[in-house]
Design a protein around this ligand. Sequence first.
Ligand code: KIV
Length: 312
Amino acid sequence: MSIHPQAPDTPAPERRPMTLPRLAEMKLAAEPVVMVTAYDHPSAEVAEAAGVDIVLVGDSGAMTVLGYDSTVPVGMEEMLMLAAAVRRGLRTPLLVGDMPFGSYESSDEQAVTNAQRFVKEAGCDAVKLERGGASVDRAAAIIRAGVPVMGHVGLTPQTAIALGGFRAQGRTATKAAAVAEDALALQAVGCFSVVFEAIPAAVTAALMPRMDRSLVIAIGAGSAADGQVLVFHDLLGIFGGHKPKFVKRYAELREEMVGGVGEYAREVREGAFPAPEHDYAIERDELEAFRRYLERDGRDQAFTGDWAATEI
Ligand code: KIV
């Protein structure tokens, strides 16, 4: 239930749920695809109202909402809980669940089981996994089992330590070729999309003509891709942690939030909140009756007032 119902003369514009064929049409028509992360019901409602095309329940939620210091510790149960909350707030964008580290690497069976949990238990439309190599086989197995897959190459935060830290990838010809091989392998097994993270814009631009089937979504990978993704808490300035070079802030909500909570704290301490307009009223004779009840001797006598009818 919304506490701010829409005025009847401003109906929300009708939008149809996003589909994979529609995304493929957008790629063909060079219509930029907008993706954002979300981790809970309010952020999903914001993404819905803003009209984005794809919502990713990213494992970045480990850091942005769960307080871990990397994406590595987050588990399936936590990701499913976040994804289910997002599902309840979304109607039109495609919903992608991010498979956490340790949920798909061991075997095809493990990967399929956990991908299907995102669909069955959280209502996701697709899943995302990181890296090339063995992840390409896992992606193929998940797709064969009927779940669309988004790949993720370049900087892959789940294995950032193995990559030498959180740094741009593909900055030499050899390393760019390695990124390209991963991306092309993910495309070849049928990933509907591949995220390119933190690679030179010129590498993305050079590779795009070869990425003719998978939708390329960039984050710190230039404007030649089919679409862009940013982390909700980064773009709105909610997350207080490290801000990568590729993040653009479109709002500074953390400052606003600290300001708002600080103002509330000040008013409570000064006795300015709550004010009379925040109070509930009681009829004068009911209040008198209540006062007599409190003053009465012999409290063991039952009070006969109608408590259930008290308006709250
Ligand atoms: O977890 C995440 O938010 C991501 C995006 C940055 C693509 O993987």
